[in-house]
Ligand binder design. Structure first.
Ligand code: SF4
Length: 229
């Protein structure tokens, strides 16, 4: 694992790089130790498409929460087959029942955070499609960040950090990349069906996630501790 200072130097060098170059850099800097997480509900398909062109052996981690829309599972299977991805499906370590009504934070932790945390123990770099413009909580996202999980360093790589939603759609159109069918039916961010609704025109991209509960993140991008050099 690179030190926080070295990772910062690499991040500075990559500051104007397009997503393809950031992905290529991450896979070269952490050979066999980098993984991509994709929910198949948004911009992750862009990174999955890039990975399919750079190195199809890269593990593509998918959190099977047990509450995905049927459309998500069908789309995921079709996408993986089309691009020959090395899909790794992660499932909850324990059965906690449908906690999404009474305790969504615990539900997300059991179905998303805990399985991913365990899976990431085998990697030094985690590539994800988080963008700074998605929400206020994501506004500080950088292309490459140094984080710690239980004191162990891990590089979080966000190749789309500086892209807008329009940039994502431009890439999808230009490369003919398939996208989640619910995106044509009013959804702008897609997670588990009990916690996702379609959004109205003009609403923020993630307004349909845990709508009306005050919850804005599942915890996947907050359980690691960011460390500055
Ligand atoms: Fe549970 Fe909802 Fe979180 Fe999915 S998004 S893990 S259903 S609380």
């Amino acid at each position: 694992m690179l030190s926080p200072a070295e990772l910062r130097r690499r991040a500075v060098a990559l500051r104007d790089a397009p997503p393809e170059r950031v992905v290529t850099w991450a896979l070269a800097a952490f050979p066999g130790r980098a993984a991509l997480t994709v929910s198949f509900g948004g911009g992750g398909v862009v990174l999955a498409h890039i990975v399919s062109r750079v190195d199809r052996s890269v593990p593509v981690l998918f959190l099977d929460t047990g509450f995905h829309f049927p459309e998500t599972l069908a789309f995921k299977d079709a996408f993986v087959a089309r691009y020959g991805l090395n899909l790794v499906e992660l499932r909850p370590l324990t059965e906690v029942g449908p906690l999404y009504v009474t305790d969504p934070d615990r539900c997300c932790h059991a179905r998303k955070v805990a399985p991913l945390e365990r899976a990431l123990a085998g990697f030094d770099a985690w590539i994800s499609a988080v963008r700074a413009d998605q929400s206020q909580t994501r506004a500080g996202t950088e292309l490459v960040e140094y984080h710690e999980i239980d004191g162990r360093g891990i590089a979080k790589v966000f190749p789309l950090a500086r892209w807008s939603r329009e940039d994502v759609w431009r890439y999808i159109r230009e490369h003919g990349v398939p996208y989640h069918p619910l995106l044509d039916r009013g959804y702008t961010s897609i997670g588990c069906w009990p916690c996702t609704r379609a959004t109205a025109p003009g609403e923020p991209e993630r307004a349909g996630r845990w709508s009306g509960t005050g919850k804005t993140e599942c915890g996947l991008h907050t359980f690691t501790r960011r460390r500055e050099p």
